[in-house]
Design a protein around this ligand. Structure first.
Ligand code: HEC
Length: 185
């Protein structure tokens, strides 16, 4: 009898732990990732309406940058519902997507005499948290300059490894995005 009670309490403890550690389901109304029959991610249509997480300029992880200074402009966005969930809980729900939108810098046009503004679009990259589909939880895609309608996930060592090792929260570079880094109380 005692042993049965012990097993029962162990089982309920494990069940509670599973609930606590499982990623939250996607909040209602959120843009969800959509895939082709052969497993490619379709380019999310609405990423320009998402919440702006942060910008960087010429940020590079190559030892020697192959870009002329100042490098490209990087703008990062995530779905508004994923953003609200992060502010409340500190975690990203399932089906969170981030868009990294890269522009070539331009200068000295119109009235601008100093500094840089965003020129030509050079790439749209997407990160997706989808544990049902990807063993590691997150997968990474490149849609070129919006030239591709659908993209295959990159192999783990191309993108996931660095994000997993260096991203501050759950593969995401929160340390570089002020709206995530500084807004969560
Ligand atoms: C060596 C490290 C490294 C590798 C490899 C890497 N990234 Fe990133 N990634 C970063 C850093 C640093 C940022 C921070 C934002 C920036 O670049 O402006 C970032 C940000 C991102 C973001 C925005 C969301 C987030 O997770 O912070 C996306 C989307 C992204 N990368 C896609 C990719 C794709 C696609 C690949 C593979 C082709 C890739 N990354 C490979 C370092 C890396």
């Amino acid at each position: 009898m005692r042993r049965l009670l012990l097993y029962l309490s162990l089982a309920s403890l494990l069940a509670v732990m599973a609930i606590l550690t499982a990623a939250a389901p996607p909040p209602a109304g959120m843009d969800l990732p959509s895939y082709t029959a052969d497993g490619k991610l379709k380019r999310p249509a609405g990423f320009r309406n998402w919440v702006f997480a942060g910008a960087s300029l010429g940020l590079s992880y190559a030892e020697v940058s192959n870009q002329a200074p100042p490098g490209r402009m990087h703008n990062v966005y995530l779905q508004p519902e994923a953003y609200q969930h992060y502010l409340k809980t500190g975690a990203f729900p399932e089906k969170t997507m981030f868009a990294l939108v890269l522009y070539e810098p331009r200068q000295k046009e119109s009235i601008s005499k100093h500094g840089y503004f965003s020129g030509k679009l050079s790439a749209v990259e997407i990160a997706v948290k989808d544990s049902e589909r990807f063993e590691e939880g997150w997968a990474y895609f490149d849609f070129g300059a919006e030239t591709k309608e659908a993209a295959e996930p990159f192999p783990k060592d191309r993108c996931f490894a660095c994000h997993h090792q260096n991203g501050q929260v759950d593969n995401v570079f929160v340390q570089f995005y002020p709206t995530l880094r500084d807004q969560r109380k």
